[in-house]
Design a binder for this molecule. Structure first.
Ligand code: NI
Length: 139
């Protein structure tokens, strides 16, 4: 961590009110930590824009395991990309539906392609890629 810098920010008071109520709802006890998190979030987003950058993320999938061959298809895809998929959590939500969370790591473009392929597989009801970071380059 670098040394601490203090900055002054001029901001419209109505906008600041909205910001304060937003961060209060999210559980922040001070603006500084909320600002820092916003900045970090933006930096992580920008990292993902470079196809060659090393990223970490999770892919969430919800699907009906009764759909013919879907389980096999999803498992085949995961084996195909075993270098990028570090771990998979499977939860049987109810009689029909399964939830899977995959931890993915690799080049941004590769990870996005894997996520898109999984999410767009026929029978997957809902899917989302959540992007995050290893934290190594984030103060
Ligand atoms: Ni299941």
């Amino acid at each position: 961590m670098g040394e601490l810098s203090r900055i002054g920010v001029a901001i419209d008071s109505d906008l600041l009110d909205k910001f304060d109520s937003l961060i209060a709802r999210r559980g922040y006890t001070n603006r500084s930590e909320a600002f820092r998190d916003l900045i970090r979030d933006e930096l992580v987003e920008r990292t993902w824009e470079a196809p060659d950058s090393n990223v970490v993320g999770t892919v969430t999938l919800v699907y009906d395991h009764h759909v013919r061959l879907l389980n096999e298809k999803l498992t085949d895809l995961q084996h195909e990309h075993h270098r990028s998929i570090l771990s998979t959590l499977h939860v049987h939500l109810d009689h029909d539906n399964c939830l899977e969370v995959l931890v993915v790591r690799g080049k941004s473009a590769t990870v996005r392609r894997i996520a898109d392929t999984l999410i767009s597989t026929k029978g997957v009801k809902h899917g989302r890629l959540t992007i995050t970071t290893s934290g190594a380059e984030l103060p």
